[in-house]
Write a protein that binds this ligand. Structure first.
Ligand code: DGY
Length: 330
């Protein structure tokens, strides 16, 4: 609830660690959503109408209509590194600063990308379901025989900080050959540190035994992996998506997995999440997790604190710490 009217007014759109609310309340009049009841665009617009700033998550769409209903709003601090929930042009048009939470989640998210790769290639969840269902009666030579990870070829699409973290884990920890594609090629020092080789997308798709997607979502990356791309992959390959739903065409992926055009997929993100394409839910050769790649207590705390730091620094006149757009005075 909102209390002190002499301070800037902040909306915290989703539940967050209680001490973050306490911290923000020392600086702002805070209205929060600790009950975590989902607020649709209409309710969000009403609640933002008198706010100077907001702490959001990737679930809240901040677009022109919402900004028009929030004339006092100066900053939106996303508790996520991805900010495809922001219409950045609309933010710029209204002079509103958007911020995200880079760096603090890089290693944790790379850990999870690797965990999902291993779970998928080594069929961990599928075999656990089998065991729990009481179906395990004896050892068999080919029981849940999966794909080799060590010494295989790791493909990475999107070579930002998280992609580089996955490359380092693959190259140095698992002796993998790492190939990557990115909008811009890394410098030689970073390539050497990641032991990664830059290739075109066709070579990436054709050579990867395990392809991990870590690119940001945008109109340009929508369905970057569809039927045509899946057809170029090895039939033994695994696909891992820890980036965003919508980068993969889920229907095409389900069809490819059903037909054995690729072996397996590990997915942490989905188009229209929390809904998951029903055909993916029906398949055994998919590991599905509910958008938790950055979910360790320490990292989620660091993300929440960085979002709060951005709001505090901005309203103290020090400028936002991690802006995603250039706004005068930010
Ligand atoms: C991020 O930080 O972008 C994660 O996907 C959580 O939303």
């Amino acid at each position: 609830m909102t209390t002190d009217r002499s301070k800037p007014r902040i909306l915290v759109a989703r539940a967050v660690f209680p001490d973050i609310i306490d911290r923000l309340s020392r600086h702002f009049a805070v209205e929060h959503n600790q009950g975590d009841a989902p607020w649709g665009p209409a309710e969000l617009a009403v609640r933002l109408a008198d706010k100077d700033g907001a702490l959001t998550t990737g679930s809240e769409r901040i677009d022109a209509a919402l900004l028009a209903a929030a004339p006092r709003l100066k900053i939106v601090a996303n508790m996520a590194v991805g900010y495809n929930n922001f219409d950045v042009d609309a933010l710029a048009a209204r002079g509103v600063v958007g911020t995200n939470t880079p760096d603090v989640l890089t290693e944790t998210t790379a850990d999870f990308g690797f965990a999902l790769l291993l779970a998928t290639a080594r069929r961990i969840t599928e075999s656990e379901h089998y065991l729990r269902a009481g179906a395990w009666k004896r050892w068999r030579y080919d029981m849940f025989a999966g794909a080799e990870v060590h010494g295989s070829t790791l493909g990475i699409l999107g070579m930002g900080r998280i992609g580089q973290g996955i490359a380092r884990r693959g190259a140095h920890g698992f002796g993998m050959d790492v190939v990557y594609h990115n909008r811009s090629r890394l410098g030689p020092e970073l390539e050497a540190a990641c032991r990664a080789r830059y290739v075109g997308t066709d070579e990436l798709l054709a050579t990867a035994d395990h392809l991990v997607l870590v690119l940001p979502y945008s109109a340009a990356s929508h369905h970057a992996i569809g039927a045509a791309e899946l057809a170029k992959m090895k039939p033994t390959a695994t696909l891992v998506n820890i980036a965003r739903g919508g980068i993969v065409d889920d229907a095409a992926l389900a069809a490819a997995l059903r037909a054995g055009r690729i072996a397996a997929a590990g997915l942490d993100v989905f188009a229209g999440e929390p809904e998951v394409h029903p055909e993916l839910l029906a398949l055994k050769n998919v590991v599905l997790t509910p958008h938790i790649a950055s979910a360790t207590v320490a990292t989620r705390r660091a993300m929440a604190n960085l979002a709060a730091d951005n709001l505090i620094a901005f309203f103290e006149g020090r400028g936002a710490l991690t802006p995603v757009n250039a706004v005068r005075g930010a």
